[in-house]
Design a protein around this ligand. Sequence first.
Ligand code: MSS
Length: 366
Amino acid sequence: AIAAKPLPAYVNWKNPESMIVHTASTLETKRSAFGTSIVTPTSQLYIRNNLPAPDASVVADRDGWQVVIEGVKNPRTLSVKDLKSMGLETMAMVLQCSGNGRGLFPNKPSGTPWQVGAAGCVVWSGVPVRVLTEALGGIIDGMQYMTGTGGEKLPEGLDPKSVIVERSVPAKAMADAMLAWEMNGEPIPLAHGGPLRLIVPGYTGVNNIKYIKRLAFTAAQTDAAIQKTGYRISPPGQKGDPSHPSVWEMSPKSWINSPAPETGAVSAGRAQIKGVAFGGLNAVKSVEVSVDGGKTWKTARLVGPDLGRYAWRQFVLPVKLEPGTHTIACVVTDSRGNRQPEGRVENTGGYNNNSWRDHALTITVV
Ligand code: MSS
């Protein structure tokens, strides 16, 4: 067997048993490591960095971190300390990389071959962006996008626009967005965007800007490469350009985490099929499970408290497994009746894979 790569130093506090280390900037949660108590522990949450994180000194004085707010009637530079005095909200949200499931595309698009583990359900605390903009006189008319800029030091000798982590989302995404300083009950670790992170619930990972240093309401989308050409749903063989849809809202998705996601070997008899399901923008209505590759479906039971429309639900279906080979699959329907599709949308970057067939597990029952 090939020895697993060790954890990179900046995240050596992660649980090595539960992580797949792809590279120093891409770590995935093992499918077997997702628990059943809803929230993903920070020590098991995936990591994706487009640029190396800023120096650890930025979390030495968390309250002193500053963010520039623009595109409002009274633009201001505010510290985390100021933000903490302005408002407070707590929200559970699925954080999921746009490329989660890329490794399940048969044509292996370039990029990290994530299976299911570039995702987690996290509880965030911070100030709602809505409260902030009201306090600063409201958004200037005509500003159609909310643009967040990451606080990394940019590598020298390169065009800043080619590397800066700066993303725009439609201004309507602001409704439930927040500037967060806490996750899962503790200050946000630097690796996950502390001291301050933009949280855009229902939108894919890349829109949730870590160590945010600027939040601007803008008339146009940023012309940074990560927005203009990167993270676009472009037809196979074509490079991304602004005419292709950007990775913004997440779509309904679910997958099974148990039994035996890694070995595929299960003993016959009673078993609990368990997994997670989320709607992206909408709440989960129901989850169905199939043990015959999608020929017949049974409604699963949603387990545990409902942490709101942006969180995921755990589900369970008790079954009696007969010896043989079985393909187990699940499909989620959201509160608006949107059903997770059977197939994926082919695209160059391997983004937004929510195909239930790609996420099915084949197990051997003995
Ligand atoms: N932010 C910043 N500042 N930087 C970077 O790099 N990345 C992205 C987000 N944000 C970044 C940011 C991505 S891309 C993702 S996914 C996320 O983040 C992740 O997170 P964590 O915490 O997990 O690491 Mo894909 O769509």
